[in-house]
Design a protein around this ligand. Structure first.
Ligand SMILES: NC(=O)c1ccc[n+]([C@@H]2O[C@H](COP(=O)([O-])OP(=O)(O)OC[C@H]3O[C@@H](n4cnc5c(N)ncnc54)[C@H](OP(=O)(O)O)[C@@H]3O)[C@@H](O)[C@H]2O)c1
Length: 327
């Protein structure tokens, strides 16, 4: 029987269990995919701990690449034997083979291998909607400064390169000098080690006292206040993750006091709501990767059965770039 990684209850990495699963035939609008590689994402940790709650038992995982085995009625954009990849809800990518909605799945270009596909879909599509579509009033122009936290992570290293290709001055933060050097090498115009340096003071110094137009913040609780203080008047705060814990409740009056700021709390899955939007965003991402403007770094690989160790390493901030799990 095919294997999958499930949790029976929310908790630590020890909850991740290898189990046998029944995988049936795809129904209308569905596809069955045999995975060659699965992606690891920070959202998997929120789902494992119960910060984001799904129905139990739950097979985790939201990103993978593989080959189509069968399609259900009404599926016209996929065919058996096709190489594909996806970032999707519902979770369920930590497995050898699965049935899922075909709407989320796109054909993988010939020049992109399975591991790269699994390492780039959720993270790369996130960077696509953040940098291209989550912009301040008046948009972003070449030369504009933006602050991007966790710049040496999976999403972060893609963002460094994508921002450079747009001509943006990305100021990246990271938790060690080594990670800062990596973010710089991958396209960050400036870097801040937020374990040893004051984020606000450094951003003010880099921007000649003006602050940045946008902050892309996936850290949440620990960086919320500093991030607001790095924005120039009318700047945009994009809070899109909770690696340190969720942003605490705040008074909207704070936004007026700090310069009529804008705040948004987006999720990739709003942007992937239709097959058309998913394909358009994927085409943009594939273009960035096949043209060499964005290189997908896979800095960690684990057998799927060792996913608990992968979660421990991600939570302990030991990883850089993308991580793949191999079924
Ligand atoms: N809303 C969306 O649409 C969306 C989509 C995708 C991802 N995300 C979010 O984007 C973030 C990045 O995702 P990813 O999968 O690429 O992960 P990642 O950036 O590779 O890993 C998370 C990084 O966060 C930093 N971090 C800071 N404080 C931390 C803490 N207390 N505990 C753990 N890590 C901490 C660490 O880097 P340093 O050591 O450098 O601090 C760590 O490596 C996550 O918060 C994720 O939830 C959101």
């Amino acid at each position: 029987m095919p294997k999958a990684i499930q949790i029976q209850q929310f908790g630590g990495p020890e909850q991740l269990q290898l189990v046998d699963v029944n995988v049936g035939e795809p129904g209308p609008g569905e596809v069955r995919i045999r995975h060659h590689a699965c992606g690891l994402n920070y959202i998997d940790i929120y789902q494992r701990t119960g910060l984001y709650q799904g129905a139990l038992p739950l097979t985790l995982g939201m990103e993978a690449a593989g080959v189509v085995e069968a399609i259900g009625e009404g599926v016209t954009h996929l065919a058996p034997g096709m190489r594909v990849a996806y970032a999707s809800q519902p979770p369920g990518a930590y497995c050898e083979v699965r049935v899922m909605p075909a709407r989320c799945v796109v054909q993988l270009p010939d020049g992109i291998d399975f591991e790269t596909g699994a390492a780039m879909m959720l993270k790369g599509l996130t960077v696509q909607y953040l940098l291209r579509k989550t912009q301040p009033q008046g948009g972003l122009q070449p030369g504009d400064p933006v602050l991007f936290h966790a710049a040496a992570g999976g999403v972060g290293l893609i963002a460094c390169q994508w921002a450079r290709s747009m001509g943006l001055q990305l100021i990246g933060t990271a938790g060690s000098d080594e990670k800062c050097a990596l973010a710089r090498e991958m396209g960050a115009a400036h870097v801040i080690n937020y374990k040893t340096e004051d984020i606000v003071a450094r951003v003010k110094e880099i921007t000649g006292g003006r602050g940045v137009k946008v902050v892309y913040d996936s850290i949440g609780k620990d960086t919320w206040e500093a991030s607001l203080d790095c924005l120039r008047p009318l700047g945009l705060m994009v809070t899109y993750g909770n690696a340190s814990g969720p942003v605490p409740p705040f008074s909207v009056g704070t936004l007026a006091a700090k310069g009529s700021l804008y705040v948004t709390r987006p999720t990739l899955f709003t942007h992937l709501a239709t097959r058309e939007s998913t394909q358009a965003m994927a085409d943009d991402l594939f273009g960035m990767v096949t043209s060499g403007q964005v290189k997908i770094r896979i800095d960690q690989r684990y057998p799927l059965a060792d996913v608990a160790q992968a979660h421990r390493d991600l939570e302990a901030r030991k990883t850089t770039g993308s991580t793949v799990l191999l079924p």
